[in-house]
Design a protein around this ligand. Structure first.
Ligand SMILES: [Ca+2]
Ligand SMILES: [Ca+2]
Ligand SMILES: [Ca+2]
Length: 267
């Protein structure tokens, strides 16, 4: 309502406003001097219909026997709720972990300005039906415990949280989504010789005579895809010792201790 008329130019006027028969709510104000309504400051709990009536009464400046006169104007004001999307409390950073390590990754909790909303968290490995075998989710903690080099690489994890639109916004539920990347680095496990019943150090080469010694014939390595090679060193040397490979009794070497090593190659 922005204006009214009265043919009695000397009349003054008073106004009464009501909402659903009572006083105006705090988010609706009426300025009788400017004749302007202001609607501001709604919250979701204000949702509903408001039957607004403004009544104008003159002062009968002409002194008519009928007394003062009034008119009314009415309209319905409707407040609809808005469902605000939840937000994550903290940013979830990427993380790098090495095979055989364990890490507890904290999934961020969320906040929602709609106090009655409840939420459903969905945590997935993007593009896959379930999380990797080495990730276990308990509440909002993702325990990452990789134990197999075969799964080295990167894993994009998505966290999706949807509210239940408790305010019944016609636009429906709201969702917040974030992702982070877990990088899994391989670990080369140390291989070991199976030396049960075999002496691997302290042999003495006898000049001029062939000498047969037992060498370990098997090894173990947790990395099933590793290949390996034998290497022989003398003492604390780091280079291959050629006389060992010519172990036919003709080399003119003095007796030296040797160390038998079994080396991992890269995975
Ligand atoms: Ca009048
Ligand atoms: Ca919400
Ligand atoms: Ca290995």
């Amino acid at each position: 309502m922005g204006s009214f008329t009265d043919s009695d130019t000397g009349d003054t006027h008073s106004f009464v406003t009501t909402s659903n028969g009572g006083t105006l709510p705090s988010f609706i104000t009426w300025d009788s001097s400017t004749k302007i309504w202001t609607f501001s400051g709604h919250v979701n709990t204000n949702q509903g219909n408001y039957a607004i009536v403004v009544t104008v009464t003159d002062n009968n400046s002409v002194g008519a026997s009928g007394g003062v006169l009034t008119d009314t104007f009415s309209f319905t004001y409707t407040v609809r709720p808005i469902n605000s999307a939840p937000t994550f409390d903290t940013a979830m950073a990427d993380y790098t972990i090495t095979v055989d390590d364990t890490y507890s990754y904290a999934i961020s909790d969320i906040s929602d300005v709609d106090p009655s909303d409840t939420h459903i968290f969905t945590i997935t490995w993007v593009g896959n039906a379930s999380l990797p075998y080495f990730m276990t989710l308990t509440s909002l903690t993702l325990v990452i415990s990789p134990d197999d080099n075969d799964y080295k690489g990167t894993y994009t994890i998505q966290v999706s949280v949807v509210d239940d639109n408790s305010v019944t916004d016609a636009a429906g539920a709201k969702t917040v989504v974030d992702t982070f990347v877990i990088t899994l680095l391989p670990l080369n496990h140390v291989c070991s010789l199976n030396t049960v019943g075999i002496t691997t150090t302290g042999f003495r080469y006898i000049l001029g005579a062939d000498q047969a010694i037992d060498l370990p014939t098997s090894y173990s390595d947790e990395d099933t895809n590793d290949s390996h090679r034998w290497e022989f060193y003398t003492g604390s040397g780091t280079s291959l010792n050629s006389w060992i490979t010519q172990f036919d009794g003709t080399d003119t070497v003095t007796a030296v201790p040797y160390t038998l090593m079994y080396l991992d190659l890269d995975n």
